[in-house]
Design a protein. Structure first.
Length: 201
């Protein structure tokens, strides 16, 4: 029996283009017959390793202005809600720790989409514990237990290791899709990654 092809999706809750990919990936992977592995990580340490102390969209204003207009166009194309965040980038640390805990659980897709929509569709501060607790509760997940687990040293170390793995793999932005040794970067490469995963060897 042939193994189901797999795509690893590396995403960051503060990443604008990760929002578009996260909202689309699960359904696209299912339609393509591909198993999707969710891999949350933090872009901050990656950017620091490249000599940036902020998002390149903030460092280079023309690039930032283009990105927000592009986001609005693409959200309209995909019929995804979009509201310009009043703060960018937001602190996605707690959300990422929760996601890291549940990245192989059945609820990860629902949680990731809820957090992303709160940030980029509703302009809610996902860095606030109360916001993450509300989203977990709305998903009928054990909010207090998950939040408590997410603040343990074990959970902190797990996310740190995963972020280090992203750097080791050569990731430099989010979203990134990995198929074996092949790296695809950007929301617009989701379909290419899925096609590569299902192509004959």
């Amino acid at each position: 029996m042939n193994a189901v092809p797999t795509v690893d999706m590396w995403f960051e809750f503060a990443s604008s283009y990760s929002y578009l990919a996260v909202m689309r990936a699960e359904a696209a992977a299912r339609d393509a017959g591909v198993a999707l592995r969710w891999r949350p990580f933090l872009l901050g340490p990656v950017f620091m390793s490249l000599g940036w102390n902020d998002s390149p969209f903030n460092i280079y204003p023309p690039k930032g202005r283009y990105m927000w207009r592009d986001m609005a166009r693409l959200a309209r194309k995909y019929e995804i809600p979009f509201r310009l965040p009043s703060q960018f980038p937001r602190n996605g640390l707690l959300a990422a720790r929760v996601a890291c805990l549940g990245q192989d659980e059945a609820w990860i897709g629902r949680f990731a989409r809820a957090v992303m929509q709160a940030n980029f569709g509703e302009d809610r501060d996902i860095g606030e514990r109360a916001v993450i607790a509300d989203l977990l509760t709305r998903l009928d997940l054990p909010a207090e237990a998950l939040l408590a687990a997410a603040t343990t040293d074990t959970a902190k170390a797990a996310l740190r290791r995963q972020t280090e793995e992203a750097t080791t793999r050569g990731l430099f932005g989010a979203p990134s899709f990995v198929v074996g040794d092949e790296l695809f970067w950007g929301n617009d490469r989701l379909e290419d990654a899925l096609a590569w995963a299902t192509a004959p060897a």
